[in-house]
Design a protein around this ligand. Structure first.
Ligand code: AMP
Ligand code: MG
Length: 405
């Protein structure tokens, strides 16, 4: 078991242990959102399918419109119309125009479009007040070309990517099986919301933060409830977790006599590392329990969320082969001071704001790992290396929470 390692070494240890899920399934487009694409997808079509109009107006022979102006308008005979989905069947002859609408193929004979706002309709004809603009035609394949791969295996299917798959002609998508991620909370004092809170008790919030964090990363959360600080009950709990790809535990990994998750995994599992040089969340451990990877998160609510973001999220990404970065840093100007930890990297909670001067970040106030409110009021983690605090005006690295780049 390695101890007191850096965040980078912890990440490397995790990523080297995790075997990506090989199984995939096929789901309809409407269920593909927030899944991971299991195969490369080549477009089945051109988009646009034909040279078409980008505006509402008149399809014309561009050379006939060059002299058109408000003082010397050009008159053409309107011989038909081309709404989107109903292409004009004929050919535009000299002296003629066809009323055309956005998305309709440009009829044969025409090579340009005059916008409707630059025309005046006059019975069977139209006056053009401006020359046609060739840029108002979109060309076949400007967006998508038949046979070209636009979405790769590992792509996180966000709204735009699902839309792109639809535009390429796919009704169903091959996606990686969603990993089942067990969430087990521990602690005699931990009580489910809805139950009366005994003196000294605390409601289980970690399980429910983790449900959201697991789903955001692409996993299926399996809430396993909570077990008390009893080795026997914990053992039974671990034995009965069912078919999982990953187990997240909360609490019980510190130095105390009742930190039984660590003690059980020490004797009956294989701990890869315990304790990482970071704050909050230093006591985190990563282990193997009978073939099941276990990320043991510290019980303090902020520690649990921060460590999941830094280590659990990349673990899940590896498991599902998700190719976007699990998180990223931006530079911001500190609006308040942020204190350092002398021996560990710290992740302070801050409010990241966009201002005319660029990003700024302000402390949420109390940085205690028990103050869950700091994760609600804050939207970002300020990263400070051991011994390196920041004063107002300093440039700092910030990891935004809730969106990725
Ligand atoms: P532990 O890591 O077990 O020593 O717990 C550290 C702190 O986190 C204690 O104050 C616990 O009461 C609190 N805690 C542990 N588990 C949870 C949980 N599931 N939800 C909210 N707080 C918790
Ligand atoms: Mg505990």
């Amino acid at each position: 078991m390695r101890q007191n390692i850096s965040v980078e070494d912890a990440l490397e240890s995790i990523l080297s242990q995790v075997r990506p899920i090989a199984e995939s399934e096929t789901v309809p487009l409407s269920q593909a959102y927030q899944r991971v694409l299991a195969q490369d997808l080549a477009s089945k079509v051109y988009h646009p399918d034909a040279d078409d109009s980008a505006v509402d107006g008149y399809a014309v022979r561009g050379e006939e419109t060059i002299t058109a102006s408000v003082s010397t308008p050009v008159r053409l005979e309107v011989v038909g119309e081309a709404p989107a989905g109903r292409p004009f069947p004929g050919e535009v002859q000299p002296g003629q125009a066809v009323a055309i609408y956005t998305g309709a193929p440009v009829p044969k004979g025409a090579n340009a479009v005059v916008r409707v706002e630059d025309t005046v309709r006059d019975g069977t004809g139209v006056w053009l007040l401006k020359p046609a603009n060739a840029a108002d035609i979109r060309h076949r394949g400007d967006d998508l070309r038949l046979g070209e791969v636009y979405l790769h295996r590992g792509a996180w299917l966000n709204a735009a990517r699902v839309a792109l798959a639809a535009a390429m002609g796919y009704p169903n998508l091959p996606v990686v099986r969603r990993p089942r991620v067990g969430i087990l909370s521990t602690g005699d004092e931990v009580v489910e919301p809805g139950q009366p809170l005994p003196y000294g008790g605390v409601y289980n919030s970690n399980s429910y933060a983790l449900v959201g964090q697991v789903q955001d990363a692409g996993g299926e959360a399996v809430v396993l409830g909570k077990v008390p600080d009893s080795l026997e009950v914990l053992k039974r709990g671990l034995a009965g977790v069912g078919q999982l790809d990953l187990l997240l535990t909360s609490g019980g990994v510190s130095m105390g006599k009742y930190d039984l998750v660590r003690r059980l995994l020490e004797s009956e599992g294989n701990i890869h590392f315990w304790r990482v040089k970071l704050q909050p969340g230093g006591p985190v451990l990563f282990a193997d329990y009978r073939g099941l990877p276990v990320l043991g998160l510290p019980g303090n609510p902020v520690s649990s969320m921060v460590v999941f973001h830094l280590l659990g999220r990349p673990l899940l990404f590896k498991l599902i082969g998700r190719s976007d970065p699990p998180y990223a840093g931006v530079q911001a100007t500190a609006a308040t001071a942020f204190g350092a930890n002398p021996s560990k990297r710290v992740y302070r909670r801050g409010v990241l704001r966009w201002t005319p001067q660029g990003f700024t970040v302000e402390s949420t106030g109390s940085q205690s790992s028990g103050v869950l409110r700091s994760m609600v009021e804050g939207n970002a983690l300020v990263v400070l290396e051991a011994g390196a605090g920041a004063k107002a005006g300093d440039r700092v690295t910030v990891i935004p929470l809730g969106f990725t780049i």
